[in-house]
Ligand binder design. Structure first.
Ligand SMILES: *Cc1c(COP(=O)(O)O)cnc(C)c1O
Length: 223
């Protein structure tokens, strides 16, 4: 077995046990490595650049579930709207409305997650978990026929302090419950918490993650 397949099986055993989905983050990595995991039966891959995603999609089988995990610019939504499996990081009404528009144009509901800023580090991305409804109050989701809000996403602080990371993931899980109850009550489709990366996915699985996004631990460090 190659190092990649060995690591894949080890991580996959953990996500399976927790009932979570492993998103293999293949950004910057060659198509050949994606093919190697595809041959093992893996179908969920994550990218954070539209141009790179389109190139890889073109070169690979059609039944891959492409997750868009990074900041998505509004003018790039159209290019991925026909096929994207899940947009992980929606944090503005303007982006949400553009995804809705492109979803309608493609006669589909594009699945999305709302990104919350749970880390201590400064970031211009992510909704404020202390005001979880800020984006939601003004939107009538019955009018958004082109999107399906599936849950929430967040990134913990980059630190060795496991307690801090666990606390941040707990805050995201709490936000998930609050938003689900208040704005999507009774909707089974509101079900996902995307949290956990190479350095912290075991903690995320303990804290209720349903989608972990693992890149460098699988494929090796990025340059
Ligand atoms: C790159 C990236 C990941 C994967 O990070 P690793 O530490 O390499 O596992 C996960 N989520 C997002 C949003 C990313 O941009």
């Amino acid at each position: 077995m190659s190092a990649l397949s060995e690591m894949y099986h080890a991580i996959k055993a953990e996500t399976d046990k927790a009932g979570a989905t492993l998103v293999a983050v293949s950004k910057t990595k060659p198509v050949a490595l994606i093919q190697e995991l595809y041959a093992l039966g893996h179908r969920d891959f994550g990218e954070n650049r539209v141009t790179e995603l389109l190139e890889k999609k073109e070169a690979l089988p059609d039944d891959i579930n492409w997750h868009f995990i990074g900041h998505l610019q509004r003018n790039k939504v159209k290019a991925i709207a026909p096929f994207v499996h899940l947009v992980h990081a929606v944090d503005s009404e303007r982006l949400l409305r553009e995804i809705d528009k492109q979803g309608r144009a493609n006669e589909r509901r594009i699945p999305v997650l709302l990104q919350y800023h749970i880390a201590a580090e400064e970031s211009k991305y992510g909704l404020d978990p202390d005001a979880p409804g800020a984006l939601l109050e003004t939107i009538d989701f019955d009018d958004l026929a082109g999107v399906a809000v599936r849950g929430v996403m967040g990134m913990a602080t980059y630190t060795d302090n496991d307690e801090q990371i666990a606390g941040e993931f707990d805050a995201l899980a709490e936000t998930f419950r609050y938003v689900g109850n208040k704005y999507f009550s009774g909707q089974e489709s509101f079900r996902d918490i995307s949290m956990g990366m190479s350095g912290d996915y075991p903690i995320a699985l303990e804290r209720g993650s349903t989608l972990v996004r693992v890149g460098s631990l699988l494929f090796g460090n990025r340059n």
